[in-house]
Design a protein around this ligand. Structure first.
Ligand code: GLY
Length: 419
């Protein structure tokens, strides 16, 4: 196989991890990053053509939902460019929660009950809320950078949220349609697939910690940490996820003539051993990617290229037997107001065996400065979760900047389960 020129679009920790994994392959000739995912498709295509890119990975959802893959096809770029991502039609799975909910209904895929409302049906939405029991779950139907799901125990607050989403543009156009869902208790699980039409390969399971504060309190964030594997995932649960969720999802897409190609991330709620889909994402997760890629031994470059040329290889991905833990280190105040431009110290003291995946960081002369809410991620493998956790938290202590924040309890719940 020829060596490939690879490009990764996006600036976060997820994209840093993809670049790290693909860049270590002997089949990688060069690896370029295009950081600004909000660039015009034209600009991105010009860069890809100029660099003679063979394999393009797109990290974040917005360009996918916006139709970047269709744009590349319409532009008729070289047959030797593999854009590894789903089309605009397939990206509706993430781009419209209403569409995804209707899709799940059409294909009998288990998901919490829900109904969608717009400005025209606001009064009906209020009555619907009154008929629900607490806690109330409201979701902006469109893309809201992971912040569009709101949970409250107060009916009055739920009504206010509905109003603000529909009339005060709380989430811009993403909130023009709002899904009100029944609350479902259980444990969240991130399921990742690499899909090539009707066939797919499983990536490792992961669980992320979405809440800002310890013991899963505080604001919802993009994710404060992750672990992989997830010790409570039983064989029976896996079989049910496959039979009740993965198979009907892929069958449904194929029946609706929506070919899917690329990574698919199914956010699940597991109520005991019964899985339900909370959401589909047409990309990998952040920070889960930083946690699952270190566990994959297979060289992904030939694996992906073979998929493009000949179809998905039959053999599953080879994983190491280790556990991985990822910690997100963020600016104090995130996900609300925070300051950037803080000098990051201690990066040179991160021990071997702990991987740093930068997110919101920028170089200024010889220094690194914070440049976003999610600043960096640390990931480590261990013979078990306890060892991975120890390595990550020891490394985290070396890193400093003004008003740095991170959760101290990533993995603790799972370790407590073991005793
Ligand atoms: N960690 C959840 C997400 O990437 O959406």
């Amino acid at each position: 196989m020829k060596k490939l020129r690879i490009a990764v679009l996006g600036a976060g920790g997820r994209e840093a991890a993809l670049a790290w994994k693909l860049g270590m392959s002997p089949y990688c000739l060069s690896l370029e990053r295009w950081l600004d995912a909000s660039s015009s498709f034209e600009e991105i295509a010009t860069f890809v053509e100029k660099k003679g890119i063979d394999l393009l990975l797109i990290g974040p959802e917005a360009p996918l939902v916006g139709g970047i893959v269709d744009f590349f096809h319409q532009r008729g770029l070289s047959k030797d460019l593999y854009v590894l991502a789903p089309s605009k039609a397939a990206a509706q799975l993430e781009g419209s929660k209403k569409w995804a909910k209707d899709f799940m209904r059409r294909h009998q895929i288990p998901t919490p009950e829900g109904k969608d409302f717009s400005r025209d049906s606001y009064a009906e939405g209020l009555r619907f809320l009154e008929a629900q029991s607490s806690p109330y779950v409201l979701k902006a139907s469109g893309l809201a950078q992971g912040k569009g799901v709101l949970l409250t125990e107060s009916l009055e607050e739920a009504k206010q949220i509905l109003h603000d989403m529909l009339f005060a543009q709380k989430f811009g156009t993403a909130g023009e349609e709002v899904l009100i869902e029944s609350f479902l208790g259980g444990r969240e699980l991130s399921c990742f697939l690499f899909v090539a039409g009707s066939s797919y390969t499983m990536l490792p399971w992961a669980a992320d910690y979405k809440r800002l504060k310890e013991q899963n309190r505080g604001d919802n964030t993009g994710g404060m940490g992750a672990v992989s594997p997830v010790p409570w995932v039983t064989k029976r649960l896996k079989t049910r996820i496959q039979e009740r969720i993965i198979d009907p999802t892929l069958r449904g897409l194929s029946q609706e003539k929506i070919p899917y190609h690329g990574f698919l991330f199914i956010g699940l709620m597991c109520s005991g051993e019964d899985p339900y889909v909370l959401e589909y994402n047409v990309r990998l997760g952040d920070p889960e990617t930083q946690c699952i890629l270190p566990r994959i031994q297979t060289d992904l470059v030939p694996f992906l290229w073979k998929t493009y040329k000949e179809g998905l290889p039959e053999e599953p991905l080879k994983l190491n037997n280790q556990s991985c833990l990822t910690l997100s280190m963020v600016s104090g105040g995130y996900p609300r107001k925070y300051e950037v431009g803080k000098k990051i110290l201690g990066l040179d003291q991160i021990p071997k065996g702990v991987e740093l995946f930068p997110a919101g960081m920028r170089k200024h002369g010889n220094e690194w400065l914070s440049a976003g809410g999610r600043v960096l991620n640390l990931s480590a493998l261990g013979k078990d979760l306890a060892q991975a956790q120890k390595k990550v938290y020891e490394a985290a202590q070396k890193i400093r900047w003004e008003n740095l924040y991170y959760r101290r309890d990533i993995g603790d719940d799972l370790l407590a389960d073991e005793v």
